[in-house]
Design a protein around this ligand. Structure first.
Ligand code: BTN
Length: 174
C-alpha cells in the first residue's frame, strides 16, 4: 500500500469513529439502536472501493475486537461479536464488496431512480444479515426480527442517499 492509500484508509477509519460519537437512538422494541456509524461504513465502500474499503472496515472491527470503545455508545470488545448487533457488524465487513457489486450493476441503469433503487439493495442485504444475527443471538423469531428491522429502512435510505451524493461531490475534487 502506498502512503496515499494508507492516508485514505486512516482518514476513513477516523470518519467511522467520529460518526460513532453521535449518540444512538434506542428503540426499546429490539436491542438494536438507530446509529449514524453505519453511514461511515457506507462511505468507506463508496469512497475507497472494495479493497481499501474492506481493509478500513476490517481494521475498524479489529480495533473494536481489541476492546477499543469506538462503536456507538462507547462499546467495544469481543462481546459485541456475539451480541444482538453481531449480524450488522458482519454485514458492515461485506458492505464495500456489496457496494462494488451493486454499483457495477447500477451504473448501467438508464436513469438515476433505477441507479438509487439498485444501490438501495445494500440496505436490504445488511439489514437482513443483521436480522439473522439478531434472531440467532436473542432467540427472537426470524420473521419478527426481519419485520422489526423495517424501522431502520427510512433512516438507512437517507444515510445511503447522503453518502452517495457526498461521494460524488468529493470525487469531483479529488
Ligand atoms: C453496534 O454498535 O453494535 C452496531 C449497531 C448496528 C445498528 C444497525 S446498522 C443497520 C441498522 N441501522 C441502524 O441505524 N441501526 C441498525
Amino acid at each position: 500500500m502506498k502512503t496515499k492509500d494508507l492516508t485514505q484508509v486512516a482518514l476513513t477509519i477516523a470518519i467511522i469513529i467520529v460518526l460513532g460519537l453521535i449518540p444512538a437512538i434506542p428503540l426499546g422494541i429490539i436491542p438494536v439502536p438507530i446509529v449514524l456509524q453505519n453511514m461511515g461504513i457506507m462511505l468507506a465502500g463508496l469512497l475507497l472501493g472494495p479493497k481499501k474499503g474492506t481493509i478500513s472496515v476490517a481494521i475498524f472491527l479489529l480495533l473494536v475486537a481489541l476492546g477499543i470503545p469506538i462503536l456507538t455508545g462507547g462499546n467495544g470488545g469481543m462481546a459485541v461479536f456475539v451480541g444482538p448487533t453481531a449480524g450488522y457488524l458482519i454485514g458492515w465487513l461485506f458492505t464495500p464488496l456489496i457496494i462494488f457489486i451493486l454499483n457495477n450493476l447500477a451504473k448501467k441503469m438508464p436513469n438515476k431512480l433505477l441507479y438509487y433503487l439498485i444501490m438501495w439493495l445494500l440496505i436490504l442485504v445488511v439489514d437482513l444479515i443483521g436480522s439473522i444475527g439478531l434472531s440467532v443471538q436473542s432467540g427472537m423469531q426470524i420473521k419478527i426480527a426481519v419485520l422489526s428491522n423495517l424501522i431502520f429502512i427510512p433512516g438507512d435510505t437517507i444515510k445511503l442517499f447522503i453518502s452517495i451524493v457526498l461521494t460524488q461531490k468529493i470525487k469531483k475534487f479529488v
